[in-house]
Design a binder for this molecule. Structure first.
Ligand SMILES: [Zn+2]
Length: 200
């Protein structure tokens, strides 16, 4: 087999991205190579800048160029409400609705027996220590209505109930279809689900 050249490597890298297959990877690579000044070079610059400046927020797990992230440091947010999400994509999806003004905690995934995702692989301890620290009055478990998402909701509910602090625990309600991934829902559906959340 011949050694993969830089072009093959590029196509392979694109094909490994979410939502892209080999065909779209080839189209993107070709577009970049034929539009060097308007597409390829600006993309290289944007990637370099992003790699240098984007960090994981040590408080909530969001991605931002400042530490703590802009959500955590923003004035006027309700510091008594914590919205637990699986991924940064879900955090951004809820932020886009503009319907939520509390803080977040990104788990980094959901429990999955199939994929071997156990509680110690998720940001559960940091969630519990944020709750123990006091200020939090309500935790909203904004997890997908999938089997793994709901297993995680039950697990976290149990762990949160073990805490001495009296906190309200709620989950997303109407509007989230069974099997629905949060990131794919429209803003209105997410906003409705947040407003009509149910206590646990
Ligand atoms: Zn943050």
């Amino acid at each position: 087999m011949r050694e993969a050249g830089p072009l093959d490597q590029l196509i392979r890298a694109f094909a490994g991205l979410p939502g892209l297959g080999p065909r779209s990877a080839r189209r993107i690579a070709l577009h970049l190579l034929t539009s060097r000044d308007t597409a390829l070079l600006p993309l290289i610059a944007a990637l370099e800048k992003t790699a240098e400046s984007v960090k994981i927020c040590p408080v909530c797990g969001n991605l931002d160029t400042v530490e703590p992230c802009r959500v955590c440091r923003a004035d006027g947010r309700n510091r008594g409400v914590l919205c637990v999400v699986a991924t940064v994509a879900d955090l951004w999806a809820i932020e886009r609705t503009g319907a939520y003004k509390g803080l977040y905690h990104c788990l980094g995934g959901v429990l999955s027996a199939l994929d071997g995702i156990t509680p110690d692989r998720l940001n559960v301890d940091s969630l519990l220590s944020r709750v123990v620290q006091g200020q939090i009055e309500e935790v909203i478990l904004a997890l997908s209505a999938t089997v793994d998402g709901q297993t995680t909701v039950h697990y976290l509910t149990d762990r949160l109930h073990e805490q001495p602090a009296q906190i309200k625990i709620s989950r997303l309600a109407h509007g989230v279809p069974v099997g629905g991934e949060l990131d794919y829902l429209d803003d209105g559906t997410i906003a409705t689900a947040l407003k009509s959340r149910a206590s646990l």
